[in-house]
Ligand binder design. Structure first.
Ligand code: HEC
Length: 73
């Protein structure tokens, strides 16, 4: 975990950002979305968890909870 600025909360995005920044994060999220939809009916698209889709994808208040409930790490 970094001590400055926003820190990353999930293993998925932490790994992706270490590899290739936001591009890789988007790819990982798209894969994850397919799984999440199957597991958790309250997840329908990116906007189930992100209030805006750029430039830094702010999370909805329950995004992390949904993420974990949908099998995310
Ligand atoms: C079930 C909830 C959920 C869904 C659906 C979801 N995301 Fe995310 N997303 C998250 C969470 C939680 C994080 C924060 C990860 C972290 O901080 O470690 C995140 C982080 C990201 C990031 C990294 C943001 C940054 O800090 O640079 C991007 C990019 C992103 N998501 C894109 C998408 C896209 C594109 C979609 C649709 C294909 C999507 N997400 C769908 C929960 C979700």
């Amino acid at each position: 975990m970094s001590s400055s600025g926003e820190s990353l909360k999930t293993q998925l995005i932490n790994d992706a950002c270490t590899k290739d920044g936001q591009d890789e994060a988007k790819k990982a999220m798209k894969k994850f979305l397919a799984l999440a939809k199957a597991k958790n009916p309250s997840v329908t698209d990116c906007k189930s968890c992100h209030s805006v889709l750029s430039p830094n994808y702010p999370l909805t208040p329950d995004a992390l909870e949904k993420f974990v409930k949908s099998g995310g790490k």
